[in-house]
Design a protein around this ligand. Structure first.
Ligand SMILES: Nc1ccn([C@@H]2O[C@H](COP(=O)(O)O)[C@@H](O)[C@H]2O)c(=O)n1
Ligand SMILES: C[C@@]1(CO)OP(=O)(O)OP(=O)(O)OC[C@H]1O
Length: 167
């Protein structure tokens, strides 16, 4: 792959609501009566970003790098996984151009929190704020998200190859 090559990647993830769990989205805790089930902190937003970045770099997916059978990842903050993905892309000579995310959730209302999510993720990864956009939509009551069974997140990422893979 030649330097300057632009590559696009797409990520999608779903987690089911569960009682007795905290709701972590985009690296922050959202006040709500339910959380999301998962092996990690179940941050579906960050998982979709990880998969978009890994996909753009042709490096597989989040489950390949951080298997949910590995006790090391039990309860882990997904911000840590995203930082590792960013480091992996850097090792392979990529820089991230931009990432756009759509969270699909009937409830809770997320608009008041999306800027906080962007700030949290960008601060953690050393990204400028304009690199990342996060938005939310309902499904007007339709499907699993509409019935309030879980949350889905879609992400798209554009990355650029700037150098050969570091040895
Ligand atoms: N969980 C959500 C979902 C949506 N929003 C905000 O409401 C706007 C309208 O949503 P529609 O599903 O009717 O398109 C949307 O643009 C978001 O700003 C939200 O805050 N939380
Ligand atoms: C993040 C990992 C690893 O802890 O687990 P989960 O939190 O269950 O998330 P999922 O998106 O189902 O799969 C990726 C996993 O490898």
């Amino acid at each position: 792959m030649e330097n300057g090559a632009l590559r696009v990647g797409f990520g999608y993830d779903v987690h089911a609501f569960a009682e007795g769990r905290r709701l972590i989205l985009g690296g922050i805790e959202i006040p709500y009566e339910l959380g999301l089930a998962g092996h990690s902190d179940a941050d579906v937003v960050i998982h979709s970003i990880c998969d978009a970045l890994l996909g753009a770099a042709a490096l597989g997916d989040i489950g390949r790098h951080f298997p949910d059978t590995d006790p090391a990842y039990r309860g882990i903050s997904s911000l840590i996984l995203l930082r590792r993905v960013k480091d992996l892309l850097k090792e392979h000579g990529f820089v991230v151009s931009n990432v756009d995310v759509t969270i699909v959730a009937q409830k809770p209302r997320l608009a008041p929190y999306v800027d906080l999510m962007v700030r949290r993720i960008c601060d953690e990864l050393g990204w400028r704020r304009g690199l990342l956009n996060i938005k939310a939509t309902t499904t007007e009551g339709l499907g699993f998200a509409g019935r309030g069974e879980g949350i889905a997140s879609y992400a798209i990422a554009l990355i650029m190859k700037i150098q050969e893979k570091n040895p």
